[in-house]
Design a protein around this ligand. Structure first.
Ligand code: SAM
Length: 390
């Protein structure tokens, strides 16, 4: 392990929800960082720890930013211990700090990955105890330094999890409601529509408001990391606080102060709108979203263009398949009659229900919501089909 990682480039792996990689890739490239490799739920880039901090601040679709500390070969847990104990942990982890070790293990000598975690953790704390006379506490909370071990066959990589808590926990969701969309998934879904503040963003059936809140953050160019005040990298002895303050100042300076178009979010349950409002307030975007309680079909659609995006229940978690079929049909009618000139989107995990919409989707973009395969269905609600009733 190098003495200090602040100015040293290393491999950085960013994990994400399954299928989100194309959107994460665009984001990483837009930060000027290269893509070295990709898988279904991660990409690899390289950069300094300051660039890792930048990604924690800016990425909308990533989950964890893992900075490679060391790679080596280990055939069994004893070799793992010996290799990890060689690393200069006393330079990275405060002896009075708190440590959490996570892992992804596929080694024939290890039946339970928790055993590898314990071996790795023991090597770290024993080393710190030898060097400093005291050892950090350890446990499952991601509140201090988080070390991630990747061990496949003989190949071992030890990462600093610079995020700590996953970045999907933006910190604005104050009231949990049923079936909310994960923040990073919502951001990826909006990216897939191509909307970035150009045109109105209408979100009937908004539930806890995730799509509308993520849309407001995107339109305002507000880095999602500005909402959160706690990251794993802050607990390392090498935490470069001046650089972090500089990144925060720069991100704050890039927030737009006006929006040309409207963001509208409605739901028929008053308690959903109350939660959505409170979440939007916590994200600092409440004043940019027009909230309303009512049936989705009564959502006001302003003159002009934009996207109407609906995430209806799809029966997996909330039930009621028969009634849902009628709702999907009414969404089709709503799109046809009231949303001409807009692009319409439905995010659903039930492809039979989707058929009830009765419109031809021009794109069916795949996503996963937890492990449920979903589609973002895109409908071009071109103007010609609208008969205006003035
Ligand atoms: C799957 S949830 C949306 C979750 C949302 N994307 C989030 O992140 O919290 C579906 C929402 O549709 C609302 N809903 C169901 N039927 C409705 C209707 N006829 N009109 C308006 N909202 C409705 C429910 O109250 C629920 O909040």
């Amino acid at each position: 392990m190098k003495k200090n990682h602040t100015a040293v480039k290393s491999s950085i792996v960013i994990t994400c929800a399954k299928g989100i990689t194309p959107y994460l890739k665009e984001e990483v490239l837009s930060l000027g960082l290269p893509i070295l490799a990709e898988s279904v739920a991660s990409i690899e880039t390289e950069g300094t720890i300051v660039e890792a901090m930048q990604m924690n601040l800016s990425l909308r679709t990533g989950h964890r930013v893992l900075f490679l500390l060391q790679e080596f070969s280990a055939r069994n847990p004893d070799e793992l211990y010996a290799q990890v104990a060689k690393m200069a942990w006393e330079n990275l982890i405060p002896e009075d700090g708190y440590l959490c070790v996570t892992s992804s293990v596929a080694n024939p000598t290890v039946k339970d990955s928790r055993f590898a975690n314990v071996k790795c953790k023991d090597a770290i704390v024993d080393r710190i105890k030898n060097k400093c006379g005291r050892r950090p506490d350890s446990g499952p909370e991601r509140t201090g330094v988080v070390i991630d071990l990747y061990w496949k066959g003989d190949e071992c990589r030890v990462y600093l999890d610079t995020s700590g808590e996953p970045l999907s926990r933006r910190g604005y969701r104050k009231i949990p409601l049923q079936a909310p969309m994960q923040e990073t998934l919502a951001a990826a879904v909006i990216r897939a529509t191509g909307w970035s503040g150009n045109g109105n963003f209408i979100n009937p059936m908004c539930g806890s408001g995730t799509l509308a809140i993520e849309a407001a953050l995107i339109a305002l160019n507000k880095a999602p990391g500005l909402i959160r005040s706690h990251y794993g990298f802050m607990h390392s002895k090498e935490f470069d606080e001046p650089s972090w303050r500089g990144l925060l100042r720069k991100a704050e300076g890039q927030i737009k102060i006006t929006l040309g178009d409207k963001i509208i979010a409605t739901d028929n349950r008053p308690e959903a709108i109350q939660a959505a409002r409170q979440n939007a307030r916590a994200a600092g975007v409440e004043s940019w979203i027009e909230f309303g309680v009512g049936d989705f079909a009564a959502t006001p659609i302003p003159e002009g263009k934009g996207v109407v995006i609906i995430n209806p229940e799809y029966g997996e978690r909330l039930g009621r398949l028969k009634a849902l079929g009628d709702i999907y049909k009414s969404i089709g009618d709503f799109f046809k009659k009231k949303c001409q000139g807009y692009m319409g989107y439905i995010f659903t995990g039930n492809f039979d229900l989707a058929k009830r919409v009765g419109l031809k989707a021009q794109r069916r973009i795949p996503f996963f919501n937890s492990n449920i395969e979903c589609r973002l269905l895109e409908y071009d609600l071109y103007e010609g089909s609208r008969r205006r009733h003035y």
